[in-house]
Design a binder for this molecule. Sequence first.
Ligand SMILES: NC(=O)c1ccc[n+]([C@@H]2O[C@H](COP(=O)([O-])OP(=O)(O)OC[C@H]3O[C@@H](n4cnc5c(N)ncnc54)[C@H](O)[C@@H]3O)[C@@H](O)[C@H]2O)c1
Length: 427
Amino acid sequence: MKEKIRIGFVGCGQFCRGFVPIFKAHPAVEYIAVCDKFPERAKDYFDRFGCDRIFDTYEEMLASDEINCIAIFSQRNQHGEMAIAALKAGKNVYSAVPMATSVEEIREIVRLVSETGLTYSMGETGIYRPAAIFCRQKYASGEIGDLVYAESQYNHDMSRLYHTFQYTEGDAWRKMAGLPPLYYPTHSTSMLLSATKAHAVRVSAFGYEERKDTDIFGEGKNYWDNPFSNTSMLLKMSDGSVLRVSENRRIAWHFPETYITCFNGTAASYECSLVQHSFVRAKDKTVEYENVSDLLNPIELTAHKNDSDFLERAAEGAWSSAEAPIQRVDRLPIELAEVGTGHAGTHKFMVDDFCQAYVTGKLSPTNAWQAARYNIPGLIAHESAMQNGKTMDVPDLGDPPQGIEVLSEDREVNPNTYDEYRKENRK
Ligand SMILES: NC(=O)c1ccc[n+]([C@@H]2O[C@H](COP(=O)([O-])OP(=O)(O)OC[C@H]3O[C@@H](n4cnc5c(N)ncnc54)[C@H](O)[C@@H]3O)[C@@H](O)[C@H]2O)c1
């Protein structure tokens, strides 16, 4: 039998906090180690989560026989390099998004995974967002028909969140905060591509040159000389559809932040506005309308839908982090029932994907090939935006090797369902 997961976390920062408890509770995991370049952060995690060991450096962790898997939670521009080093050291990899910030690094990750057969899974919240699940299921059932046009975006106004960069970067935080928005495209792209499994062929993009926070965005202001705080790309896809994807970092919008605005097919369409989710099927000369809001909105949010200030509170993001009925929490091991989730109920699904892929030898839904298709379009699109929208080819690294099953995002229910638990707790 395959040995259990013995995982080392690199990056004991703000995001990783939500994940150590989930991994620790997962029945496939038996050992947790931590490492951070700020030793006090690793010590805090060690004490708080009851970890097995602290490593002083990432290199020591990679060299250790105690570890068979690495979870990467360092800053955005470090994931590619760290994943490559981990794969070269023979470790399986769970990586926070993005996969990497260069096409070369992504190629290398795909090459190493292909060569070694190690598990690679990118922890992409987008594919378990309720709207992504809905569009994927409707597309798979044939109800959508052919996809014609779709729009998604990640509206993440950083002005409220600059302190999150200061936490690790100190005085140099602006250099990191100026990351080109399209270097972090996977939340938006994955929501659409996980339904169709098509890949981008051509791209053209335009950016909004930041006018206010010019100490963050502009030549010499960040590691990438990036002038854009908001960027949108138009993608021509391999299935003939056209997608508009926007990555906005300075925008007066709060919730929903990662969402599909429309998913328009030849037979039916999904559309969303704030908390109103609509599904419309073509019927002869008219249409059939279905309000699917209660299926897609978090259960807590729906419980408040008759409040007088419901829309105002919803626009602020109230009740938005919990699970929605469309999310198959009964797919997850019962051991995860007591652990907290985050990002619209997506965290446990991502952890379970990695663990199930490792245990079964199948590929995670966000395997290296699929993650590449989510990530590369944005990297090319930023180049396009820097050249005033020049249309460019998008390289495709192909499908996973034939003969290795890819776990479905919407796979069968785990026999140890925790539905009963949830019902009990909602009485
Ligand atoms: N929805 C999502 O999927 C989502 C949300 C938030 C963050 N993230 C991703 O998670 C990652 C972490 O974000 P965060 O907000 O926790 O950042 P953070 O700055 O709080 O944490 C990063 C940690 O990595 C540590 N680190 C960096 N280099 C290291 C090294 N060589 N060795 C050991 N430790 C090292 C830093 O000291 C820091 O503690 C980011 O890359 C971000 O893209 C994803």
